[in-house]
Each structure stands twice: as C-alpha cells, then as structure tokens.
Design a protein around this ligand. Structure first.
Ligand code: SF4
Length: 233
C-alpha cells in the first residue's frame, strides 16, 4: 500500500467512525474520535476511549493524559505527529465509565482496519482495556513494560506489542508515572527488534527494496537513543 493509499484508507475509516451509530455510545457522544497521526508510521498507540476533552474536540489524548503522553514520547525523543494514536472505542463512555464488552466488540472492526492499513511494527497499549486486546488474559501490573507478538487477528499482521499503563493512571499515582517513563524507555529497543524481525522474514527481493526505502538498517543502531521512527515506503 502506498502512503496515499494508507492515508485514503485511514480517512475513509475516520469518516465512517464520525457517522457511526453501531453502539449506544453514539447517543451520548459529542464527537467521535477516530484517531490521528502519521499514515506512514511504524508505531501505533492504542488507548481505551475518549474522555471529556477528546469528546469535545474529536481528537485523541488532548487532555491532561494527552499532555503526559506527549511528555512520555518526548522522553525518548519521539514526536506525537510521527506515530498514530487511537483508542479501543472511538466514542466517550458516559462519566468516563469503562466501555462495556458489547461496545468494545461493536467498535473493534474500526481498529482492525486501522491496523491493517498501517501495518505497524510496534503497537503500544495504554491501559488494561487496550492490553486485553493484544495480550489476552494478561494482568497489567505484571506485563507493563514487556513485549509480545501480536496475533494477526487484531489487524496488525506482523507486530510486537509493548504494554503500558494508561497515562490517566499515571496522573493519579506517582509510582505508576515513574514506571510509565521506564516502560516507554523500552519502546525504541522494542521497535528496533520488531523491525529487525520483520526484515528477516521478508523475501530476498522485498528485503532489497526495504534496504533502499529504509536506508539505516536496524542493526546499525548501537543504542536505542539513536533511534528515530523511519517512515514506511
Ligand atoms: S464507540 Fe465505536 S461502534 Fe460505538 S458508536 Fe462510536 S464508533 Fe460506533
């Protein structure tokens, strides 16, 4: 898929989400929040659902939790506009309650299609609802800061997942905030490893093309600090 095709696919999904009435959250939302970011990124952040500010603006992670997410990204010298940020449910649950299982199920096809279009190397989950999609049966207190392979049924056909606490939890608890900085510190290494694994799995011809479109080979980086997010071809 070319960059233009990825952008068109993401725009089409976003348009559907804004008009969606597939679950009861449509009745109480102000604006649906499809997600936003680079259509060419290798990294997708997946939160739980929009809060008050996100519902008002139609954009993900724009409140205090979004501010902290920006700081977490900045701590590893990544920029918000270079990743893609979305949620498990695209409409705000009333009073910020947890999304119900039938709401999560109704909204799942949108995230699957976003992941199919983006084909990320790394998915970073923010909070337990997002973690549950990519690490079924896990407990966030045990797996935050760890990685696993993603099941292709999620839409991400060859990705690694890194689990993190939700930034809102970090805002409530200083110990979780400290752990969140440690956890995101593992993201550059996780991206390097995921990129190397994907490159190793490519057929020879595709690998040659990949070398041209991504001039810095993954193993050329000695330290995660050297890592920037390279855009897909
Ligand atoms: S939460 Fe998802 S499924 Fe429910 S109305 Fe919003 S976009 Fe549609």
């Amino acid at each position: 898929m070319t960059s233009d095709e990825r952008k068109a696919a993401l725009d089409a999904i976003a348009a559907e989400v804004r008009d969606c009435t597939n679950c009861r959250l449509a009745q109480t939302r102000t604006r649906a929040v499809p997600g936003e970011g680079s259509p060419d990124t290798e990294v997708v952040f997946v939160g739980e659902g929009p809060g008050y500010h996100e519902d008002q603006q139609g954009r993900p992670f724009v409140g205090r939790a979004g501010e902290l997410l920006g700081k977490l990204l900045g701590s590893i010298e990544w920029r918000r506009q270079d990743v893609f940020i979305t949620n498990i449910v695209k409409c705000r649950p009333p009073d910020n309650r947890d999304p119900e299982p039938d709401e999560v199920a109704a909204c799942a096809p949108y995230l699957e299609r976003q992941l199919e279009a983006l084909n990320p190397a790394l998915v970073v989950t923010l909070g337990r609802h997002s973690m549950a999609r990519f690490m079924p049966g896990a407990r966030i207190s045990q797996v935050h800061g760890t990685t696993a392979r993603v099941a292709p049924a999620t839409g991400a056909r060859d990705a690694t997942v890194l689990a993190m606490y939700h930034p809102a939890a970090a805002l409530r608890t200083p110990a979780i905030e400290r752990e969140s900085y440690e956890d995101i510190g593992r993201a550059p290494r996780a991206l390097l490893d995921a990129r190397a694994r994907r490159a190793a799995a490519l057929p020879a011809a595709d690998a040659a093309a990949e070398t041209i479109t991504e001039p810095a080979a993954a193993d050329a980086f000695a330290e995660p600090d050297d890592l920037t997010i390279f855009q897909q071809a």
